[in-house]
Ligand binder design. Structure first.
Ligand code: HEM
Length: 363
């Protein structure tokens, strides 16, 4: 099924322009491009792939997690845990900034599916032979940074066996990557911890929970609301698209895109749907507010990014551009990462929660 969908996505990328911007039809969570109806008029989902199952979720509560969780003198002490992760992340990001983008996205994709429980890192799942999240359409051949988490976890296990969860390791790593890639403008902010790792991970839950690139503003808001996050959080966290890459299969065909970017994408994407392009071609490896300027200039790669120029969200986009000297976005991004990091966390051991020994395998 997933291989077929990936082929379908690649095929659809080769189709001619479709006016997706503002489309109100959402195919497979926004991960598949709607196509013009053969019956004439409007857009349809190829192969009846519509899925859009969302309902509002409770606001995540940070109070169940604790800042400095591993510093305590109790049985979960691992005083150097955050330093250990930071060092591994700094080394990896200095060699390849793309790894940092990968870590930030891994954290998002973890938290939005079954909460921040490292389910995205599992290669197999408890009680089933189903494929895991990493093989879902949004993730397969796309997520990166797994080896950094494995290296950090190995160093943590050597220092304090069985203490630090993979979910916390990922949360620290995403925080550290943000801080490094922003040149310290995003501070090394306090990331509360105490998450346990899940044992279940299912590929077919990814498109139901992760917003796709063909989502319009309404769909984006709904995906975030389902996790207890609001429009402000959605706009703020979308700023992560100031770094990293997207595959051509997902780029926008909107007709009002900045002409220079449109031409660049046409040229680069001639070679197929799997070719990767920068999400922010102006400052591709630096976390900054250039992304929001790009939104204003119609200079963004994804329909979901372009959707932020809608009247309801443009004021916040403008505020981030205007507040660049005071690091307004950077401060709010840190807070939104903490809020996202509290989604549906598991905080005590049980049938569905543990401290994994290796992040890719449940114990
Ligand atoms: C608002 C809804 C969002 C949509 C529709 C979306 C969609 C996407 C898509 C389609 C890609 C390219 C994937 C590929 O081509 O394989 C991507 C990349 C990325 N996304 Fe998002 N995303 C969203 C929100 C977020 C959030 C909240 C974060 C983190 C806080 C994030 C971080 C990233 C990063 C860093 C990359 C680049 C990854 C890399 O280069 O490896 N995204 N996103």
């Amino acid at each position: 099924m997933d291989a077929k969908l990936a082929a379908l996505v690649a095929l659809l990328a080769l189709l001619g322009p479709v006016a997706c911007h503002g489309a109100s039809i959402i195919c497979l969570g926004g991960w598949v491009r709607p196509v013009p109806s053969l019956l004439g008029g409007g857009l349809v989902c190829p192969g009846n792939l519509t899925s859009y199952p969302l309902k509002k979720g409770p606001a995540p509560s940070a109070s169940v997690l604790k800042v400095g969780y591993y510093n305590s003198s109790s049985s979960n002490a691992c005083p150097n845990a955050e330093d250990i992760v930071r060092k591994v992340v700094e080394d990896a990001v200095s060699k390849d900034p793309g790894t940092g983008a990968g870590l930030i996205r891994l954290f998002f994709h973890d938290c939005f599916v079954r909460g921040c429980d490292a389910s995205v890192l599992l290669r197999n799942t408890s009680g089933s032979s189903e494929q895991t999240e990493m093989f879902g359409l949004p993730n397969i051949n796309s997520l990166r940074g797994f080896e950094v988490i494995d290296a950090a976890k190995a160093a943590l296990e050597a220092a304090c066996p069985g203490v630090v969860s993979c979910a916390d390791t990922l949360a620290f790593a995403a925080r550290d990557a943000s801080s490094v890639l922003s040149g310290g403008r995003i501070s090394s902010f306090a990331m509360p911890a105490g998450r346990h790792d899940g044992r279940v991970s299912l590929a077919n839950e990814t498109t139901d929970n992760l917003p796709g690139p063909f989502c319009d503003l309404n769909a984006l808001n709904n995906f975030f609301a389902a996790k207890g996050l609001d429009t402000d959080d959605m706009v703020t966290l979308s700023g992560a698209h100031t770094i990293g890459q997207a595959r051509c299969a997902f780029v926008s065909n909107r007709t009002d895109m900045n002409a220079t970017l449109a031409k660049d994408l046409r040229d680069k994407c001639m070679s197929g749907g799997n070719t990767k392009v920068a999400l922010d071609y102006k400052t591709p490896d630096t976390m900054d507010v250039q992304y929001y300027q790009n939104v204003n200039d119609d200079d963004v790669v994804l329909d979901s990014d372009a959707a932020l120029s809608s009247p309801a969200t443009k004021p916040l986009v403008d505020t981030y551009v205007a507040g660049s000297s005071g690091n307004l976005w950077e401060t709010k991004f840190a807070a939104a990462m903490v809020k996202m990091g509290s989604i549906e966390v598991k905080t005590s051991p049980g049938a569905d929660a543990e401290i994994r020994k290796k992040c890719s395998i449940y114990n």
